[in-house]
Write a protein that binds this ligand. Structure first.
Ligand SMILES: *[C@@H]1O[C@H](CO)[C@@H](O)[C@H](O)[C@H]1NC(C)=O
Ligand SMILES: *[C@@H]1O[C@H](CO)[C@@H](O)[C@H](O)[C@H]1NC(C)=O
Length: 292
């Protein structure tokens, strides 16, 4: 193993000694500042060797890709690249192929090129993204949040970088902040809890997952079973308030009407008494006494 690495070590020592002196004014390595790949989709970091003056027979002797913080040197000379990486040199284009990018491959890569006209080095930032899987929504009994007896948990996994979850219903504001967990492969699991309040009248809750650049990646909607339960409470609550709000005016208006009718009745009797008084005065006098 050491023997196979020996050429690489020599190479590295050579760079350490010479790169400072041999940096050429004629040679440049030009890469995109940022290259974005997708997890599990082959990516290629590509740079071009450019010269500031015509050098028709430029000979690129060595290409070394290096990821600082990672002791891995990826050289065109090294026949034993770690699995999953390839270094290619095609005319003046140098590339690092990452066959199965993972979150851990993210970072800054430097590309060092040694030619017979001098050396040059530059860096490029490799970023990865992964699409979140369709979210799932489950309900749990809520024991922590006051005035809530159920909570909905929305969870989306397998994405990168950090995305967002949003709830769509009329009680969106009660959703708790998104929790982020990183799995072993670096991918993220994000989840959000939506406590269902007793007064909640919504029958349908939708959880939408957005990627880091606010692109919608998936959604899940939950109905019935979960929201039925609070709905029953809601209808009782509503019915109660409706009843009190109806009964109170009915009582007021009702007693007014009864009072009015009584008053009318009395007036009518009085006028009847007046009309009848000449003929039936003794009788009415008697009944008056007994009635009032
Ligand atoms: C995050 O990880 C913790 C500890 O491993 C675990 O208890 C929790 O349920 C995880 N959260 C989510 C949203 O999966
Ligand atoms: C987010 O999603 C949009 C639309 O699907 C896509 O164009 C964009 O590249 C995605 N961004 C990330 C960081 O995944």
């Amino acid at each position: 193993d050491m023997a196979s690495r020996a050429p690489l070590f020599l190479l590295v020592i050579c760079f350490c000694c010479c790169s400072g002196h041999a940096k050429s004014a004629f040679i440049k390595v030009v890469c995109d500042t940022t290259i974005t790949g997708q997890v599990a989709h082959q990516s290629m970091l590509t740079c071009k060797v450019e010269t500031t003056q015509e050098i028709p027979d430029l000979n690129i002797a060595v290409v070394v890709w290096k990821k600082p913080g990672d002791d891995q040197f990826l050289s065109a000379l090294d026949r034993r690249l770690p699995p999953g990486y390839k270094v290619t040199l095609n005319d003046r284009t140098v590339s690092l192929v990452i066959t199965d990018p993972k979150v851990k491959d993210e970072g800054v890569y430097s590309c060092l090129v040694m030619t017979d006209s001098g050396n040059a080095e530059t860096t490029t930032h490799f970023k990865v993204t992964a699409k979140y899987e369709a979210p799932s929504v489950d309900s749990i009994d809520e024991k922590v949040v006051p005035n809530a007896h159920k909570s909905l948990i929305c969870k989306a996994t397998g994405g990168y970088p950090e995305g967002k979850l949003r709830w769509f219903d009329e009680w969106t504001k009660s959703a708790e902040p998104t929790i982020v967990n990183q799995t072993e492969d670096g991918l993220l699991e994000i989840s959000s809890k939506l406590p269902l309040m007793k007064l909640s009248t919504s029958d349908e809750y939708t959880c939408v997952v957005y990627n880091a650049s606010d692109g919608k990646e998936g959604s899940a909607t939950i109905r019935t079973a979960v929201s039925r339960h609070p709905s029953v409470f809601v209808s009782i609550d509503v019915a109660h308030s409706v009843m009190t709000s109806i009964i109170a005016p009915v009582l007021v208006i009702g007693s007014l009407i009864v009072g009015l009718l009584l008053a009318l009745l009395i007036c009518r009797r009085r006028s009847q008494q007046k009309n009848r008084r000449p003929s039936t005065a003794p009788l009415m006098a008697h009944s008056n006494r007994s009635t009032y």
